[in-house]
Design a protein around this ligand. Structure first.
Ligand code: XMP
Length: 512
């Protein structure tokens, strides 16, 4: 395995992801506990992450001596490069300006990192983000790539098998970065790259058993992939020490509540408490039109209902959540500075503090597509695992204006037709997310010989890599007219359908 020492960069988990993609197991540990982890894990190599500190400053983090003395291969990234250089006898200085964003490096010489990838003289795009820089190499190192702002863009000590770079290979803005990391794992370290999700599953199961012991765990199911995968994994680990609670607020898509219940109770035989809280949700949403007020109410009500159920069950000291890595970074601000709340996502936070329970979050280091792979590994059906993302506040934030049961039912019907047509056209997997929005606008129409005055429905479909940015999906010519006709004919209450072409930014994916 590879040990990743985290010096506090916002993107350290992406390094772990790239290592997993290369088929190698890795563990991320904070620099403070790196020495102990190194002794425990006995890795085959170490990657040193970036971080916000400056090695020039007194008291800034250092690489444990035991790691430096081990003779194992190392890869230093940004701060990792600076710490390596400083500790091995080179020099690092504070830059007065720094270098942020896209840059181009020139390959000056060959090295094992470039095997089958880069050749001397080529220029390649990378993503820089650094203030300090290396100004003198440590003994035994040579320069293998340069950029105008970073004469030591990539350095190598072949004999020690230590490599280091000023830029971030783990982010997508360094197009060949994943391959550089894979080359480190396979060519430099010599790992075979045959690690799979099956092993992640086994490792997590062992970890959950160790954390929970003979304790009881409650898991809130949302109907989505993340909480379902978390619950299945935990159930494999501790069996009936787990109880799942499904709070049904009446804001899921068509058929989803039934699907969750039959999947868990019927297929997996996992104890599931199904709480029908529709009245409480619809009652509280009456008259609420402000998007944030809706989100807050729904978040709070989920917690209230869940807490009441947990009390009835009693005796649980652990709370399981399907928190993913993007939830974690989105809920601390990405820049580290003060950030504006665009929307209050309510998946993370609040609940554990209030309930005074310990958290079990087995998916915390994974990204969405990895959770899907794990779900398949656990035997979840493809249609379930491959479902588009769905927000916690559900249909309520797809009904601008007041949410009522009647409007939820109308939206559910229209949305189901839209998704059915998308599946029939074979387009479902080409789209990140597709859904309908029931607008608080009525328009005049004519059906048969009669005048209609009904609601307008907006259709939305976007492509995206991670939900942070998105582009409107371009349907083939006859698709939207066909769906429009079906929806207007089959769903009472809708007489006009429009398509939303807004990208993100400036729009967001959801309307509220
Ligand atoms: P926006 O609308 O912010 O959405 O562009 C980005 C992605 O996040 C989803 N989303 C949520 N997911 N709880 C969630 O689990 C929420 O409160 C929430 N709000 C938005 C949205 O569907 C899209 O995939």
């Amino acid at each position: 395995s590879i040990l990743i020492v985290d010096f506090g960069s916002q993107v350290t988990q992406l390094i772990a992801r790239r290592v997993r993609e290369a088929g190698v197991y890795s563990e991320v540990v904070p620099f403070q506990s790196a020495e102990a982890a190194f002794a425990r894990i006995k890795p085959a190599a170490v990657i040193l992450s970036g971080g916000p500190a400056s090695v020039v400053d007194a008291g800034s983090p250092r690489i444990p001596q035991a790691i430096l003395d081990s003779g194992l291969p190392m890869l230093g990234i940004c701060y990792g490069q600076q710490a390596l250089t400083e500790q091995l006898g080179g020099k690092v200085e504070k830059g007065d300006s720094g270098e942020f964003g896209e840059a181009f490096i020139t390959v000056e010489d060959g090295c094992a990192l470039f095997d089958g990838l880069w050749a001397q003289g080529e220029r390649h795009q990378v993503w820089m983000s650094h203030g300090d820089k290396v100004t003198a190499l440590a003994p035994g190192f040579r320069v293998v790539a340069t950029s105008p702002g970073a004469p030591y863009a990539i350095i190598a000590n072949d004999e020690r098998r230590v490599y280091a770079m000023q830029f971030h290979p783990e982010v997508v803005h360094t197009p060949d970065g994943a391959k550089l990391i894979a080359n480190f794992a396979r060519h430099v370290v010599g790992l075979t790259g045959d690690w799979t999700m099956a092993e992640f599953r086994e490792a997590k199961i062992a970890e959950i058993r160790e954390q929970v012991g003979s304790g009881r765990v409650i898991c809130g199911l949302s109907g989505g992939v993340d909480s379902s995968v978390a619950a299945l994994l935990i159930h494999e680990a501790i069996g009936d020490q787990l109880t799942c609670v499904f709070v049904d607020g009446g804001i899921l898509r068509q058929g989803e509540a039934e699907q969750v219940v039959s999947l868990f109770r019927g297929h997996y035989n996992i104890p599931l408490v199904h709480v029908d809280a529709q009245e409480q949700f619809m009652g509280g949403l009456a008259g609420v039109t402000d998007p944030e007020a809706k989100r807050k109410f729904i978040g709070k009500t989920f917690i209230d209902v869940f807490e009441a159920e947990a009390k009835k069950i009693g005796g649980a000291e652990f709370l399981a959540q399907g928190t993913l890595y993007p939830d974690v970074i989105e809920s601390v601000s990405f820049t580290g500075g003060p950030s504006v709340t665009i929307k209050s996502h309510h998946n993370v936070g609040g609940l554990p503090e209030r309930m005074n329970m310990k958290l079990v979050e087995p998916l915390r280091e994974l990204f969405k597509d990895e959770v899907r792979a794990l779900g398949r590994e656990l035997g979840l059906p493809d249609v379930f695992v491959g479902r588009h993302p769905f927000p916690g506040p559900g249909l309520a934030i797809r009904i601008p204006g007041e949410v009522t049961k009647e409007r939820c039912d109308i939206l559910r019907k229209a949305d189901a037709i839209y998704l059915e047509e998308i599946r029939n056209a074979g387009l479902y997997d080409a789209i990140w997310q597709a859904f309908a929005v029931l607008l608080p606008v009525r328009s005049v129409g004519v059906m048969g010989d009669g005048r209609t005055y009904d609601s307008v429905l907006a259709l939305r479909a976007v492509t995206s890599v991670d939900g942070m940015t998105a582009q409107a999906f371009d349907f083939p010519g006859d698709f939207l007219p066909r769906v429009t006709t079906r929806i207007i004919n089959e769903v009472k209450g809708i007489n006009r359908v429009v398509y939303d072409y807004t990208s993100k930014p400036p729009g967001t994916i959801e309307w509220e």
